[in-house]
Design a binder for this molecule. Structure first.
Ligand SMILES: [Zn+2]
Length: 347
């Protein structure tokens, strides 16, 4: 899922996302709540209509941004008080409020309000954080079930599916806490399950260990989503383990800094060696950028701080990421294998 933080996948118009084959994008509840405001978006018919995206939308719970962008937040059992990073105004998010905002935005998939446990975290800190996450998951789901009909879709049938709510497995880097959380959430019977709190600075082997520990506990017939990953080889690896959904700012953020992911590895387009390089960014890529432009031109746009630079770099990186997932899907359809077999092959 390309990340569309502020109702836009930065630098890329919606029709281009469609032609790249993006089926779902992610919006950030925290940012859209602060600006332009969820009530304004509801009045305009919801986020689909507001941003002209007639495909699936997932919103996060806002929790991750509340925790990562706010030094002065105050957490209680009821929720989190924080100050806006825009104007310093004070706000209070509870699980119920987060769900209300996501329903007002009209997400197809809402996420339960959770606390993303930082890394490293002591055992007692991870336990305390998990206690909050599990209590908030219950409250999020109850509130969602009672209010899901309030989505602002003008014609609910026009959308690809009914509004859903996913629970998020936390537990830091403690296998038994992850297990405990997964089992508890599955009892609650969410529409799908996410594994959160990964890619927060831990070594990659640990990320894989937590995914491998948690994934088999989550129902196979519901979507399984790993949040906030990853590099191209990671997303392929996790998809082959049985992960159905992933989101990451990496392809878009890196693109704006001139880092291109290619079939030949990472390419830093700012490097002088590309100043007169007439070859396409990735000779093996058939995207609209690689078909038309040279490395030399992309480097020149970057050096000149031209707005087109971010757009072209991002289109290529998204094409590369979406291409990986397309190939994984095709190969799974050709030769499905169990997660256990895939894990064995990994080790
Ligand atoms: Zn390309």
């Amino acid at each position: 899922m390309p990340v569309g933080t502020q109702g836009t996948v930065k630098a890329v118009p919606q029709d281009t996302l469609e032609s790249l084959g993006a089926q779902i994008i992610l919006g950030n509840t925290y940012h859209l709540y602060l600006r332009p405001g969820h009530d304004a978006i509801r009045r305009m018919g919801g986020l689909h209509k507001f941003i002209s995206w007639p495909h699936a939308l997932l919103t996060d719970s806002g929790g991750f941004q509340v925790f990562s962008l706010n030094e002065l937040r105050k957490v209680t059992d009821d929720g989190v008080r924080f100050r806006s990073h825009l104007d310093g105004s004070s706000h209070f998010f509870t699980p119920e409020h987060s769900i209300d905002v996501q329903i007002a935005l009209g997400a197809d998939i809402c996420m339960a309000f959770d606390e993303c446990t930082e890394y490293p975290a002591s055992r007692s800190r991870a336990e305390e954080s998990l206690r909050l996450t599990m209590a908030w998951a219950r409250r999020s789901l109850d509130h969602f079930r009672a209010h899901r009909h309030l989505v602002p879709w003008s014609d609910p049938k026009a959308c690809c599916m009914q509004c859903q709510c996913f629970g998020i497995v936390q537990g830091g880097m403690y296998r038994d806490l992850r297990r405990q959380c997964a089992e508890r959430l599955v009892e609650m019977d969410f529409d799908g399950y996410a594994i959160g709190g990964l890619s927060v600075g831990e070594p990659r082997e640990l990320t894989l260990e937590m995914i491998a520990e948690t994934l088999p506990l989550l129902p196979k017939d519901k979507p399984r989503y790993v949040m906030g990953v990853g590099y191209p080889d990671e997303i392929e690896q996790y998809a082959r383990l049985g992960v159905d959904m992933m989101d990451c700012v990496l392809p878009t953020r890196a693109a704006r800094h001139g880092l291109l992911f290619t079939s030949e590895g990472r390419l830093n387009i700012k490097n002088k060696q590309y100043a007169e390089d007439q070859s396409p960014p990735d000779p093996a890529c058939g995207c609209m950028v690689c078909r038309r432009y040279s490395r030399a031109y992309l480097r020149h746009l970057m050096q000149s701080s031209e707005a087109l630079s971010g757009t072209l770099n991002t289109i290529h990186n998204l094409a590369f990421y979406l291409g990986i997932m397309r190939r994984v899907r095709d190969s799974l359809e050709a030769a499905p294998r169990s997660a256990a077999e895939a894990l064995k092959a990994e080790s």
